[in-house]
Design a protein around this ligand. Structure first.
Ligand code: CAA
Length: 389
């Protein structure tokens, strides 16, 4: 491994970054997390704090004005923001998801034009793959892009788009040749201000209520042909190659949510007295805490391992098991986060079931990590295909 790449374990700089983000998140993001959830409103305070501290899109390379953080550092940022507020962690996570297609396959012009404003915090970038009838079967999309001279004209509706409406830019996958299936799909950058772009109503969700999820509706959206990301017909591959990098960031989000729930539960059981002593003194409670922490640390190590592989692949190294480890860490970390947050609610008893305490919010937020960027059933299918191929 080149000395330029981070070692397997987080370096001293990574740990310093964690400390910085944790302090910032505790001071500037956590205080608003309950209100953001309760009011289903965008976490503007978090965006402001992240932009002020250049933590909103740390993965953007220095050559485009970004911090040039490696994939492990990006994971740590997302993890620490999610520990305070899962909705807010979608700011750095989705900025990465939206821009990785451009980073992987875009022209130099596209990179300069679109990564620079994201690095400066002037624009956010979302990813538009899914449709109402094309979720797990992403290649079944119907949105069309038809060439017209030097332009493409896009028509269709992308669904479940995270941060839709607040993002300026969108990577949109659309069918350019319906006869070719997955090979007839191309990727484009669409701007919020392009004529014909509109957004559906905000979905009313179980969790991550601070992050708007809306349809991106495209009605005769005419964009210059040079907004295509990569060559015609390569959009589906770019979309899946992107997920190989960004499923790791969903694992990071899950780790953060789980850590937040575990930390809260540990504090609670030391304070809460029953039968004349803190409930932390009961072995049944201790065993629960130990299992929670053990499984969380296992998922964390797999996620960091995958992040290092992602970084190496981003530098052009061949990493044959990236698809496997990316799906594996997303699947493991999200399943673990679901269990840990349910256990945290249990440890808080009746209080855990109320909105006066954060555990139930964390439990609701954890659920989405088992669903988006590919359901955990799809992750298991992807892993099995890698094993059997
Ligand atoms: N990288 C690059 N190319 C890949 C790839 C990868 N990881 N995996 C597959 N491909 C290629 C294949 O090689 C194939 O190309 P060839 O024919 O040239 O070999 C092509 O892509 C099609 O592959 P498949 O035949 O495997 O495609 P499929 O239709 O069977 O689908 C799938 C595969 C794994 C089910 C895929 O559709 C999938 O991952 N579905 C889940 C969708 C998903 O994750 N959606 C997330 C939405 S984004 C989101 O949720 C974000 C958010 O809100 C935060």
């Amino acid at each position: 491994m080149s000395p330029d790449f981070p070692a397997y374990a987080p370096s001293e700089e990574h740990e310093m970054l964690r400390q910085t983000v944790r302090e910032l998140a505790d001071a500037k993001i956590a205080p608003f997390a309950a209100a953001v959830d309760e009011e289903s409103r965008f976490p503007q305070e978090a965006l402001d704090a992240l932009v002020q501290n250049e933590l909103h899109a740390v993965h953007v390379p220095e050559s485009y004005g970004g911090a040039g953080a490696d994939a492990l550092a990006t994971v740590i940022v997302i993890e620490e923001v999610a520990r305070a507020c899962a909705s807010s962690s979608l700011i750095p996570a989705v900025n990465k998801l939206g821009t990785v297609p451009v980073l992987l396959s875009g022209s130099e012009e596209l990179k300069k034009k679109y990564l620079t404003p994201v690095a400066k915090g002037e624009a956010m970038f979302s990813y538009a793959l899914s449709e109402a009838d094309a979720g797990s079967d992403a290649a079944g999309m119907k949105t069309r892009a038809v060439r017209d001279g030097d332009h493409y004209v896009l028509n269709g509706a992308k669904m479940w788009i995270t941060n839709a409406g607040v993002s300026e830019y969108y990577t949109v996958m659309a069918v350019t040749d319906p006869a070719k299936g997955a090979k007839g799909i191309s990727a484009f950058v669409v701007e919020k201000s392009d004529e014909g772009v509109s957004f559906g109503p905000k979905e009313k969700k179980l969790g991550i209520k601070g992050s708007p999820t809306r349809q991106v509706i495209l009605e005769n959206v005419r964009i210059p042909a040079d907004r295509m990301i990569g060559a015609e017909g390569t959009g589906f591959k770019t979309a899946l190659a992107t997920l190989d990098h960004t499923r790791i960031t969903i694992a990071a989000q899950a780790l953060g949510i789980a850590q937040g729930a575990l930390d809260y539960a540990v504090g609670y059981v030391k304070e809460r007295k029953q039968f004349g002593k803190p409930i932390a003194d009961f072995q049944g409670v201790q065993f629960m805490l130990a299992d929670m922490a053990m499984r969380l640390e296992g998922a964390r190590q797999l996620t960091y391992h995958a992040a290092i592989k992602s970084e190496r692949a981003m530098h052009g190294e061949k990493v044959p098991d990236l698809t496997f480890v990316s799906s594996a860490c997303k699947c493991l970390a999200s399943d673990v986060a679901m269990d840990i947050t349910v256990d945290a609610v249990q440890l808080l008893g009746g209080y855990g079931y109320t909105r006066e305490f954060p555990a139930e919010r964390m439990m609701r937020d954890a659920k989405i990590t088992q669903i988006y960027e590919g359901t955990n059933q799809i992750q298991r299918m992807v892993m099995a295909r890698q094993l059997l191929k």
